[in-house]
Design a protein around this ligand. Structure first.
Ligand SMILES: Nc1ncnc2c1ncn2[C@@H]1O[C@H](COP(=O)(O)OP(=O)(O)OP(=O)(O)O)[C@@H](O)[C@H]1O
Ligand SMILES: [Mg+2]
Length: 251
């Protein structure tokens, strides 16, 4: 099976401090892989490095998407290639309505791909359809992005962005606290609805419970900057029962 996302021996530093110390990971198209691991292991760092955030230096190794060198691309080019990163801590943007934000992002990506911008009526129709499907009150999309949104509302908004941008590869860095059962279901339904043969996903989470809904194809443990174990969904249950002790000691 050919990989969509292929990460080989990836090393990266933040402020000259080595954080990723040889991550190797392959996600084939059509699959959802989960990454679990202790606090400070480098999970968010991996997602930032893949999205091209400034301040992270790759010192060794590679990351390709469908064979193309991801690390050589600017962050906006990666987005145009269809890489979507959801943040562990979503940004609040006062004064920019969510609707404007999504339309700007969508059109920037279309322009970068040499496509026409989406016309306002078509965009509004699409936004209304997707919002209704996600049970989002359309008026909320006129408020500043994420400003004063509850944790669950931010989650819905994120899933709406994913549904509107229809990315090729998604990296979800799930927040580690404050999601109620409904929010977990929103995330998992959003992920499951976006499963497609030509799409891959990486879901970073501390919730074994979330993985019960998502049913990932593979689960990986990231500890001290490396993937130290991989397995099926049963690995998430084992971690829930046993913790990370044996991995952190080994690392
Ligand atoms: N600017 C920085 N300077 C120094 N160290 C940093 C900086 N940014 C991140 N780190 C360190 O990098 C390490 C990895 O952080 P990262 O956010 O990737 O962990 P994580 O696996 O996502 O943890 P969590 O499960 O808590 O979200 C941490 O020890 C963190 O303190
Ligand atoms: Mg993190």
């Amino acid at each position: 099976m050919t990989s969509m996302l292929s990460i080989q021996n990836l090393h990266a530093t933040v402020a000259d401090k080595p954080i990723l110390k040889g991550v190797t990971l392959d996600v084939p198209a059509g699959q959802v892989h989960a990454i679990m691991g202790p606090n400070g292991a480098g999970k968010s760092t991996l997602s930032y490095v893949l999205s091209g955030r400034g301040g992270y230096e790759v010192t060794e190794g590679s990351a390709t998407l469908n064979g193309e060198d991801l690390l050589a691309l600017e962050p906006n080019e990666r987005a145009a290639k269809g890489v979507f990163l959801s943040f562990q801590y979503p940004l609040e943007i006062p004064g920019v309505p969510a609707l404007t934000f999504i339309r700007t992002a969508l059109n920037a990506q279309r322009r970068a791909r040499g496509e026409d911008e989406i016309a306002a009526p078509a965009f509004l129709k699409l936004a209304k359809e997707k919002a209704a499907a996600l049970k989002i009150d359309f008026d909320m999309l006129k408020r500043g992005l994420n400003v004063g949104f509850s944790g669950g509302e931010k989650k819905r908004m994120e899933i709406l962005q994913m549904a509107m941008l229809s990315p090729k590869f998604l990296i979800l860095d799930e927040t580690d606290s404050g999601l109620d059962i409904d929010a977990l279901k929103i995330v998992s339904e959003g992920v499951n609805a976006l499963r497609a043969p030509d799409r891959g996903m990486l879901v970073i989470t501390h919730y074994q419970r979330l993985l019960d809904y998502i049913k990932p194809d593979r689960v990986h443990v990231l500890a001290a900057g490396r993937i130290v174990a991989s397995g099926g969904p049963e690995l998430a249950h084992q971690l829930e029962a046993e913790g990370y002790d044996k991995y952190t000691v080994a690392a």
